[in-house]
Ligand binder design. Structure first.
Ligand code: FE2
Ligand code: FE2
Length: 321
């Protein structure tokens, strides 16, 4: 959709709204210069910012293991992966900026707790196996969530997701491969892999958000073609994908109620502890404070880089006249 510019003239807001609705009905993309309802813009800013924040905060739990990776090969892979997450943050902050907010403003909201990031990153990485479990389960859940976002109605967000998903699928596979090596290793390595899966499984299921009945933003986001599937639908899809993969890994998923339901054609699984989810969301997870403190410190310590980059860009602008 490119025909409608953000200049509500004589046609008035009614015509603009009708054109926006028609674009959605035809499954067209909305682009930055198109007219859009204020609430659509605000919803996208909130979602893309939260997504961007999750990418950069998500660098921390795994970066914790870069210096202690068990081999040069594992270290190189992990460094590339953590760097990819920084890149995802950059694509997403850029996508958010097309909606009329600045990156500074969004980072300030993250640092002051006015915008959130995914709660999954408030759990600690206790052993090397956690790096594998995060790749397999956390990046795996992220892909399940994000593949449908490649068809999201907002063009810049959808296009950023195409590249992000390609990289996430590499992340997921490296996590699986790392866990497989541990699972097939010594008894102690196998136990370490199992322990990591035991700790990351339930938080990964929580990544899809609250059950549909309690999800406040879902219905409107689906009407706007931002969200294509409900939280429960995506969670079910993720469980169905993971069960055979866990079998291939020789590891078990920590849920005694997990079993195939012939009638539904899906796996049934046990109840999720939403009290835990809400506690972490409220800021009381094991690492909430530490993650934000690290982020603020990194931002402060990087001030000279931003100043230098700004001075360099200004000089170039002057030289160009
Ligand atoms: Fe990512
Ligand atoms: Fe990732």
């Amino acid at each position: 959709m490119t025909a409608i510019q953000d200049t509500p003239g004589a046609a008035g807001a009614v015509g603009l709204q009708a054109a926006f609705d028609a674009a959605l009905a035809n499954d067209e993309r909305i682009e930055p210069r198109d007219w859009m309802p204020d609430k659509y813009r605000a919803t996208l800013i909130r979602q893309i910012a939260q997504h961007a924040h999750s990418e950069i905060i998500g660098m921390q739990p795994e970066a914790n293991w870069i210096t202690r990776a068990p081999s040069l090969r594992r270290k190189a892979i992990l460094m590339a992966k953590v760097q990819d997450e920084a890149g995802h943050g950059l694509y997403l902050y850029s996508a958010a900026e097309t909606l009329g907010v600045s990156r500074d403003e969004l980072l300030d909201k993250l640092h002051t707790g006015r915008q959130k990031y995914s709660s999954i990153f408030n759990y600690p990485t206790l052993t090397w196996a956690d790096v594998g479990a995060i790749g397999w389960l956390v990046d795996g859940a992220a892909i399940t969530n994000q593949v449908p976002l490649c068809r999201c109605s907002y063009g810049p967000y959808a296009r950023a997701m195409v590249r992000v998903c390609k990289e996430e699928s590499f992340h997921q596979r490296q996590g699986f491969e790392s866990l497989l090596a541990l699972s097939r290793g010594t008894e102690a390595q196998h136990a370490m892999a199992q322990d990591a899966v035991d700790r990351w499984w339930w938080p990964s299921l929580m990544m899809f958000g609250p059950p549909d009945a309690d999800s406040t933003h879902s219905a409107q986001s689906m009407a706007w073609n931002i969200k294509r599937h409900s939280n429960d639908e995506l969670r079910r899809r993720f469980v169905d994908i993971c069960v055979p993969q866990a079998e291939a890994l020789g590891l078990t998923l920590p849920d005694p109620d997990l079993r195939w339901n012939e009638e539904r054609g899906h796996y049934d699984f046990g109840a999720i502890d939403w009290d835990e989810f809400n506690e972490v969301l409220r800021g009381n997870g094991p690492c909430n404070e530490q993650r934000l403190a690290n982020r603020r410190r990194a931002h402060d310590e990087g001030a000279w880089v931003r100043e230098a980059a700004f001075a360099y860009a200004s000089k170039h602008m002057e030289a160009k006249g």
